[in-house]
Design a protein around this ligand. Structure first.
Ligand SMILES: [Fe+2]
Length: 270
């Protein structure tokens, strides 16, 4: 996918992740109606932000991967941002074939070009497994794309975390081939950012000059630095990016205003 750029201003990207929508709109996750919080997040972005150039969705769109869940995702996205293209990668809770049967083909590219920027969309899922991995094919795609585009700044997206975020219980599901992935990146100097979902929390670090980031879910939030499963009381949210033509990337997390969702904060799993 190649997006038209506006030379007068930075490109704007809205990242949303881990919506966990169900087959019914009444679906809840630990007491939270996941469709309500998803719509709340979209409305917050709609009111607060300029219109994005791209919506980037980093997996776990569905919690129960039925066609209806993906249909309602598209319905709400289109209602809030009718003119904005969206692109998706699957998470461990998604079924890629069902996603592909509902989403337009244009929303499932391997790469998006926005002027001087390239967004690579990797599939880190393994069917019926919770942890992530990048296949030899995905690593080869990264290697070839970076090699053939030395003048572009790259953002590499996947669902699972390629570095530990500090939550023992969920870090056991990180990308198994993370060491190979990082070794591969060290051969290039045009990777700006590695970005993922999965961990339902904001996270940022830097490894060998590359920024690594995770973002809040549109539903429940996991508590940072937890050994065992624990929920955070932070509100659902999104991440906002501005990418300018000189290769500068700025980003921030936004969360919806405090709202009294009936979440079971004492739960020890989901
Ligand atoms: Fe998730």
């Amino acid at each position: 996918m190649i997006l038209p750029i506006n030379a007068e201003r930075p490109m704007r990207v809205l990242q949303i992740t881990d919506c966990h929508l169900g087959a019914e709109s009444s679906e809840t996750l630990l007491g939270l109606n996941v469709e309500t919080s998803f719509v709340d997040v979209l409305e917050h972005a709609l009111v607060r932000e300029e219109t994005p150039d791209l919506i980037l969705v980093t997996g776990d769109i569905a919690g129960d991967p039925s066609a209806q869940a993906y249909q309602r995702f598209v319905y709400h996205l289109d209602k809030a941002f009718p003119e904005v293209p969206f692109v998706c990668i699957p998470g461990n809770h998604d079924v890629p074939a069902t996603m592909a049967s509902v989403f337009p083909e244009s929303s499932l590219p391997k790469m998006v070009e926005l002027g001087d920027w390239l967004i690579l969309l990797l599939d880190s899922t393994i069917p019926n497994k919770e942890h992530g991995d990048l296949s030899a094919q995905e690593l080869d795609f990264v290697q070839k794309t970076l090699m053939h585009n030395p003048d572009k700044r790259a953002i590499i997206c996947m669902h699972h975390q390629p570095v530990a975020v500090g939550c023992e219980w969920i870090d056991q599901y990180k990308v198994a081939s993370a060491a190979q992935f990082k070794a591969l990146l060290s051969e290039f100097d045009n990777v700006e950012l590695v970005l993922w979902g999965h961990v339902h929390q904001a996270f940022e670090t830097e490894v060998e000059g590359v920024r690594y980031m995770a973002s809040p879910s549109t539903c429940i939030q996991f508590k940072p630095n937890s050994v065992d499963f624990a929920l955070d009381r932070l509100m659902p949210g999104y991440r906002w990016f501005e990418l300018d033509n000189s290769g500068q990337l700025s980003t921030r997390i936004e969360r919806i205003n405090q709202k009294d969702y009936p979440i079971d904060y004492s739960s020890n799993g989901y």
